[in-house]
Ligand binder design. Structure first.
Ligand code: C2O
Length: 487
């Protein structure tokens, strides 16, 4: 049974919309697109065609995207003005706020089929990069600053609460405000202490192949579920239908979406940057099936532009923005989160040395999750590594989650009364066709090794819903263990 979210648009409404909307459709792509500006949006065919983007056509200066915490007061004022201008565009304009927001809905399970779905696949990173690029140009042009306006990022790994310009004043007079947010986050509370941390980023730096990090044609990467989905779920309303950030059909109606995604885009770039010291690793796919992925967006001049995944890879040259040099900031994850405006300590960022060990998952009907089976030699090496304060990762591939799973889940090992947190997995409302998509999950097993490898009664691994605490079985096709040593 496919999950239905109350009040959420879905394909059936799309079909109805087509049948009853002949007048709109006859106007071509734009008329169909315009039909989106409803709550809930219907789902016309995504924009297609347009001028083909050519590398080198954007000749603006290369300008750095900044952390929101680093914006000057005039840059902040410009950002607010740009969002206000976007919201004020008439509904007949293809650049208008709600249509831009609903464009995202066309590419998630809300509206798309397996062919256009860009979540849970390797399209995830390049599609959002392209979406942000055109969105940034529209905002820039609306404040007559196409050349220099760039989207800021919310670096949640450093700033654990939602940046105040997006929260205050908490009224629609603030163009960056959105009323549909979880109350704790909306009032300036911190993200859950394990979500989107520097430690999580370091764990992901232990993944050197794009397939596991960013997905394949048919499966989602580890970074998409955690931290991407997790922070969506943390910020959105905590109950069905999870508006806005917690539901992909509505997520980009919250301006924080663009700051969240700029940070993920930065994370992708930071991951790629590790390849300079490790050639052949941390690199993007070179398959033509990936490079030729192509989507159309409305540019600031209302013209449709078609852009490919290949076009967005070299974003500095082609899309004219850059990010600050990759660094780790303060390494403490939960407690010492810097307050806004307080300087954080920068630390050199380098790729870890990685040793990989094979393992096997063993399932049994008598347990609510698999145990991890390794040879005696592997067990000894891993426990030694943990004693030497190295990190031991558990890399799961081909993970399938129950179809109706939505929200944030923790992955734990259970050994009698000892329950150890290994990591988290999240699904945003209407994210994926869960029955067809698989994903990679990367966990930190360092603290749980003794439990996992107890020879008389090894711990099993399971998912626990953060809301309600229900245990959900975890199923993976393949497991591998990795020891990371920082250099
Ligand atoms: Cu298209 Cu953060 O989702």
């Amino acid at each position: 049974m496919k999950r239905e979210i109350p009040n959420a648009p879905h394909r059936r409404q799309f079909l109805k919309g087509i049948a009853g909307g002949a007048a709109l459709i006859s106007g071509g792509t734009w008329a169909g697109f315009k039909a989106l500006a409803q709550n809930p949006p219907s789902c016309p065919t995504p924009p297609a065609g347009g001028t083909v983007f050519k590398a080198g056509q954007d000749t603006r200066p290369i300008v750095e995207r900044l952390s929101i915490s680093k914006l000057s007061s005039s840059q902040l004022a410009e950002l607010q003005k740009a969002f206000a201008a976007l919201r004020a565009l008439p509904s007949t304009d293809p650049r208008t706020w709600i249509l831009q927001a609903d464009l995202h809905a066309l590419f998630c399970d809300q509206c798309s089929d397996d062919k256009t779905q860009i979540h849970g696949t390797w399209s995830f990173f390049p599609w959002h990069r392209a979406y942000l690029y055109f969105f940034e140009r529209i905002l820039g042009s609306l404040v007559n600053d196409l050349n220099n306006f760039r989207l800021p990022f919310w670096d949640w790994e450093n700033y654990r609460s939602m940046p105040s310009p997006y929260r205050l004043p908490a009224s629609t007079s603030n163009s960056l405000y959105d009323p549909n947010r979880y109350s704790v986050i909306a009032s300036g509370g911190n993200l859950p202490s394990s979500d989107g941390t520097t430690s999580r980023i370091k764990v992901l730096d232990g993944i050197t192949d794009f397939a596991t990090f960013g997905g394949t044609a048919t499966s989602g990467g580890a970074c998409e579920s955690n931290p991407h989905d997790l922070i969506h779920d943390d910020v959105g309303l905590q109950t069905s239908p999870w508006h806005d950030m917690g539901n992909l059909g509505y997520a980009s109606r919250d301006p924080i979406f663009f700051a969240h995604h700029a940070n993920l885009d930065k994370l992708w770039y930071n991951w790629n940057a590790l390849s300079s010291s490790h050639p052949g690793e941390y690199e993007n796919p070179t398959d033509s099936a990936f490079l030729s992925l192509r989507w159309s967006f409305y540019d600031y001049n209302k013209q449709l532009v078609s852009i490919s995944a290949a076009d967005v890879l070299n974003f500095t040259t082609n899309l004219r923005y850059s990010y600050p040099t990759p660094v780790y900031y303060n390494t403490s994850t939960s407690a010492a989160a810097p307050e806004e405006g307080v300087a954080v300590t920068e630390q050199q960022r380098t790729a870890p040395e990685i040793t990989t060990y094979s393992a096997r998952l063993v399932y049994s009907n008598s347990r609510p999750g698999p145990i991890v089976d390794v040879t005696y030699g592997v067990k000894v090496s891993l426990i030694q590594a943990a004693q030497q304060h190295k990190t031991v990762l558990m890399v799961l591939r081909g993970v399938t989650l129950p179809e109706d799973m939505v929200g944030a889940y923790d992955v734990v090992s259970v050994h009698g009364n000892s329950v150890k947190h290994l990591g988290s997995v999240a699904v945003v409302g209407h994210d994926m066709h869960m029955h067809t998509r698989k994903l990679a999950v990367v966990l930190d097993a360092t603290e749980a090794l003794e439990d996992l490898f107890d020879s008389s009664k090894p711990a099993f691994i399971t998912l626990v819903a953060r809301q309600g605490g229900a245990r959900v079985p975890l199923n993976a096709e393949d497991i591998e263990l990795r020891v990371l040593s920082s250099q």
